[in-house]
Design a protein around this ligand. Structure first.
Ligand code: SF4
Length: 492
């Protein structure tokens, strides 16, 4: 019943998947409408902040400093969390993280868990591991519930069901909740979800959560959300298991002051999230009258899953500064046309284009660094100033190096063409000769328009990619160099 996992190892390449998505006009309409609404709200609340740029810079500094001393802050978090009654586990990769969580759920004696939205659990494909172990996960975030009931896949970091419109959601609820009379007002849908989930909140004794931030100074965990389902998962069950990437740590409690201004504004255009939950360990001293505050058992699974390798890469490292607000997705012209599924990963849009290839081995996600026009819109909106275009270029460089390495590189047509170009550009004589040759070679391909301008609408072989969606102008009769020399000779 859970959504189908998105796995870049088996997903089609971005150009292939994007082509299919571009044919889905309903999906494109839904994505464009939703991102327009969020962007407009974001611009309004960001415009209210005269010190927005200073806040962004503060956010960047905090994240950069944290990554520089990540080992120190993680150990500080572990010590403080343990002191407060939590149990900290370390997972090297997704498999280890899945194993730890499944083991903990089994130890809790439950064969069901309630979950609050967590990208990390999506990243490690926890739901399928739980189901394989006979444990049923219930998503409680409204959008995640829609995805789960519709056996769909998330397409946005913050709004996973952004590609669905209200009618489509109503159909899923009617079918899966057995409510044939259900109306389609937002209120009707919210009421249906509330009734469906309430029984789960009250019955299921084990919860799995993600974390927006881990606070090293106190050992506390912070989750921000809009619906209150998270608060229910964090307080009602007896066992709470939190899974967090090791990049989620913040040094001090006070750093939340900056992050909790940046995150909600960038994510959903809200001044503050309606629910901000921060918990530290467990309340071991349950009162004798049976009253207690929150779970009795609390575990944190700190997951690496390639993050230390990203940290070791000086240029790629800034990717770990991400606070998962999704603003870059809403601003990206490529994402707005294709939607999230084309990225073949739980992380879509510009952040997905840089994070996925680094989380996965590069050859599994080679096309993603090219899934961008490099327009810079993502950099402009990022609340912690991650220079996504810079990382994209760095990753493209890695892809090229990977493809041209070894014997296979000798047979790579594109690499061969690039080497030939480099050789031509290095010599003025060769460059002029290539220009002359080009002018002769293009002749049979040039077509004249009504004004007599020459255009090339088709190129052979690999070059055909250029002319699939655009026409190429005929080469000028006189090059700049020729004109410059003539100007010198003629004296004008
Ligand atoms: S890269 Fe920046 S804009 Fe994109 S999700 Fe992360 S923090 Fe938000």
């Amino acid at each position: 019943m859970s959504g189908v996992g998105l796995d870049p190892k088996t997903a089609p390449t971005f150009p292939m998947a994007a082509k299919a998505m571009l044919g889905d006009t309903q999906l494109r309409k839904n994505v464009r409408h939703a991102t327009d609404v969020i962007q407009e709200k974001r611009a309004r609340v960001v415009g209210e902040m005269p010190d927005w740029q200073e806040l962004r810079e503060a956010g960047r500094q905090i994240r950069r400093h944290t990554m520089e001393y990540l080992d120190f802050y993680l150990e500080e978090f572990e010590a403080n969390c343990t002191r407060a009654g939590g149990v900290v586990h370390w997972a090297r990769d997704a498999e280890e993280a899945r194993g730890i969580v499944v083991g903990l759920v089994k130890a809790s004696g439950s064969d069901q868990v309630i979950k609050i939205k967590s990208m990390t659990t999506e990243e490690i494909q926890l739901n399928s591991a739980l189901e394989a172990a006979g444990i049923h996960p219930y998503e409680t975030d409204l959008a995640e519930l829609i995805i789960q009931l519709g056996e769909d896949r998330p397409s946005h970091i913050v709004v996973p069901a952004l590609h669905k419109n209200r009618q489509q959601i109503r159909e899923i609820f009617q079918r899966e909740m057995k409510l044939p009379e259900l109306g389609e007002r937002p209120q009707d849908l919210a009421d249906a979800a509330r009734m469906f989930l309430r029984e789960k909140f009250l019955r299921v004794k084990t919860a799995v959560s993600g974390a927006n931030f881990l606070i090293a100074e106190t050992g506390g965990v912070c989750v921000v959300e809009s619906e209150g389902n998270g608060r229910m998962c964090l307080t009602l069950p007896e066992t709470l298991i939190t899974i967090a990437g090791i990049d989620k740590v913040l040094p001090r409690f006070q750093d939340l002051e900056v992050m909790l201004q940046l995150l909600p504004r960038s994510a959903t255009g809200e001044r503050m999230n309606p629910y901000n939950s921060i918990w530290t360990g467990v309340d071991a001293a349950s009162s004798g009258d049976g009253l207690r505050d929150g779970p009795r058992v609390f575990h944190v699974v700190l997951t690496d899953n390639a993050r230390t390798e990203i940290l070791a890469d000086e240029e790629g490292r800034q990717t770990l500064n991400c606070i998962r607000c999704g603003a870059c997705q809403n601003a990206c012209p490529v994402y707005r046309q294709t939607g999230g599924h084309a990225y073949g990963s739980v992380y879509a849009g510009p952040i997905g284009a840089i994070l996925t290839p680094q989380l996965q081995e590069m050859h599994h996600a080679q096309s993603l660094p090219y899934a961008s026009s490099l327009c810079g819109a993502c950099y402009e909106v990022c609340p912690v100033k991650i220079n996504i275009p810079e990382v994209l270029i760095h990753l493209r460089n890695k892809v090229v190096k990977q493809n041209t390495a070894g014997v296979a590189g000798l047979f790579d047509v594109e690499a061969g063409a690039m080497k030939a170009m480099a050789m031509i550009f290095r010599s003025e004589r060769r460059f002029r000769a290539a220009q002359r040759l080009g002018r002769v070679a293009e002749r049979p391909l040039v077509r004249r328009d009504g004004q007599g301008e020459g255009w090339i609408g088709w190129l052979p072989g690999l070059l055909g990619g250029w002319t699939q969606a655009r026409d190429l102008e005929e080469m000028p009769k006189e090059t700049f160099r020729d004109w410059w020399e003539r100007r010198g000779r003629d004296g004008n």
